[in-house]
Design a protein around this ligand. Structure first.
Ligand code: ADP
Ligand code: S3P
Ligand code: MG
Length: 212
């Protein structure tokens, strides 16, 4: 099932430029007499990726408020779809089962002008990552292993996708190259509080040459 999070209406009065933050939707081929036209969506979303505990969900909602964007946390979308808590999905369907659902949920997201906080394991879904890179700017919130370890406590209780024999260190080493591979932008959040990190991301986005 494709999920459409925000729909647009076409005004008959003329070209409607509907601005949400830096996201602008253009009406193309507009005919004043018939009022017909085709909305070409500038799929400008901000997608946050990174290790569990990096602060994607926390910063995502603040960023959405500051930019006037919508906010989607894909973990919540998965829970709503499956009508089950993440940790219970992992327990009942196994790691592979969870990753399959996560890949499908992320592939099905249709939105614009949204900040999307993904789950840390989204980078195992190559189709999901290709889709997310298509619909927006992917930002990797980078944090050192040491800080993550302090922040996370017991990761098994958090329902992290951890294979048998794997620990936080080996998970970190396995995932970092994947986050780097899929990111358009890497933001180092070491030592930054939520407000400082939010400001850093806003500055980075402001400097993007391709602001639609
Ligand atoms: N910039 C930050 N500095 C310190 N702690 C943070 C920061 N951002 C988030 N946290 C804390 O880290 C934990 C994980 O945050 P969360 O947003 O759930 O991360 P993620 O969604 O990436 O797993 C939470 O307890 C949150 O309060
Ligand atoms: O990294 C992971 O393996 C996971 C991270 C979680 O999201 P957060 O990154 O928001 O904690 C959630 O998707 C799931 O429990 C698996
Ligand atoms: Mg989260």
């Amino acid at each position: 099932m494709k999920r459409c999070y925000n729909q647009l209406s076409i005004s008959k009065k003329g070209i409607t430029v509907n601005k949400i933050g830096t996201s602008i939707k253009h009406l193309r081929n507009y005919n004043r007499k018939t009022g017909n036209g085709v909305y070409v969506m500038d799929m400008k979303n901000i997608i946050l990726i990174g290790m569990p505990g990096a602060g994607k969900s926390t910063i995502g909602v603040i960023l959405a408020k500051v930019l006037g964007f919508h906010f989607i946390d894909t973990d919540i979308v998965i829970q709503e779809q499956e009508k089950c808590l993440l940790k219970d999905i992992i327990e009942s369907k196994g790691l592979e089962g969870f990753l399959k659902i996560e890949n499908q949920v992320n592939c099905d997201i249709i939105t614009e002008g949204s900040v999307i906080a993904t789950g840390g394991s989204v980078i195992y879904g190559s189709q999901a990552m290709d889709h997310l890179r298509e619909i927006g700017t992917v930002i990797y919130i980078k944090l050192s292993y040491e800080t993550l370890k302090k922040r996370l406590g017991n990761i098994r209780q958090r329902g992290v996708v951890l294979k048998k024999g794997q620990n936080l260190k080996s998970l970190y080493e396995e995932r970092c190259p994947l986050y780097e591979k899929y990111a358009h932008i890497i933001v180092d959040s070491e030592g930054l509080g939520t407000e400082e990190l939010m400001e850093k991301i806003v500055c980075v986005l402001d400097e993007l040459p391709d602001k639609k």
